[in-house]
Design a binder for this molecule. Structure first.
Ligand code: DGL
Length: 264
């Protein structure tokens, strides 16, 4: 018997689509409900208190609505701040997305790495702990960039990012002390893999970009490994606020099999 329950992938905006794309590669038979809390976007400039109150409540409503087999919080900001609260509020398995410090530290030769996330993510004790556990011998430079998040949102709506604007943001990382030695940048916001080409073009040759997408996909596959899948996979995108602007996202959503737009 087929199991129609989708995988629920959650973010503040379109960033989580970078994670959904990786999950889809290894679980091609899965159905997806992609949820974006566009009414709460952006998360990266909000306080811990606000996000801790907001995210479990919205995920609770989403779980009731879509009855997923598993929830993937495809957002570093939400995960580094509210993962424990979400897990205790929901009775489905929850996978979080956190900066890929471990793989970056394994790859870095210069032992100077960059954490490029949102303002909220880069100040989290969760990130300090990841650095202590996996990159203790590295110098870790941090940059929060709300501008890059907005550029990724615009890109998926059809507006190409301005290379000079991307470069101006990246220079805030590379101009920090030892910034010229950075050889691995951790894309610690799920919006940033959507700008990987632009970020690479704004970085010195040889700088590696590392993200968590494939790791999250493998974890999701592992946690669902004995489950059945739908006869015909389906995809829907759910937003927390109606906005005429959402129509501009239809092509990007359709490329990932998300054919229907709903409002929570
Ligand atoms: N995509 C989110 C992340 O991974 C955050 C974007 C936002 O500021 O809302 O952190």
């Amino acid at each position: 018997m087929a199991d129609e329950r989708p995988i629920l992938v959650f973010d503040s905006g379109v960033g989580g689509l970078s994670v959904l794309a990786e999950i889809r590669k290894i679980l091609p038979r899965a159905s997806f409900a992609y949820a974006a809390d566009n009414a709460g976007y952006p998360y990266g400039t909000k306080s811990e208190a606000e996000l801790t109150a907001r995210i479990p409540a919205i995920l609770g409503r989403l779980v009731e609505r879509v009855k997923p087999r598993i929830v993937v919080i495809a957002c570093n900001t939400a995960s580094t701040i509210a993962l424990a609260h979400v897990r205790s509020a929901l009775d489905v398995p929850v996978v979080g997305t956190v900066p890929a410090v471990k793989p970056a530290a394994l790859l870095s030769k210069s032992r100077v790495i960059g954490v490029l996330g949102t303002d909220a993510t880069v100040r989290q004790p969760y990130v300090d702990q990841l650095v202590e556990d996996h990159g203790a011998d590295c110098t870790v430079l941090r940059l929060g960039s709300a501008a890059l998040v907005d550029m990724a949102e615009a890109k998926l709506r059809g507006t190409a990012p301005d290379p000079a604007a991307v470069k101006a943001e990246m220079d805030k990382l590379f101009s920090q002390p030892q910034g010229d030695q950075v050889d691995a940048v951790i894309l610690s916001c799920t919006h940033f893999p959507l700008l990987a080409d632009e970020i690479a073009a704004a970085s010195a040759d040889g700088v590696m970009l590392v993200d968590s997408g494939q790791g999250i996909a493998r974890r999701t596959a592992y946690l669902t490994q004995d489950q059945l899948w739908p006869e015909t996979p389906s995809g829907r995108a759910i937003f927390t606020r109606a906005d005429p602007d959402l129509d501009r996202l239809r092509p990007a959503l359709a490329r990932l099999g998300l054919d229907v737009i709903e409002i929570l």
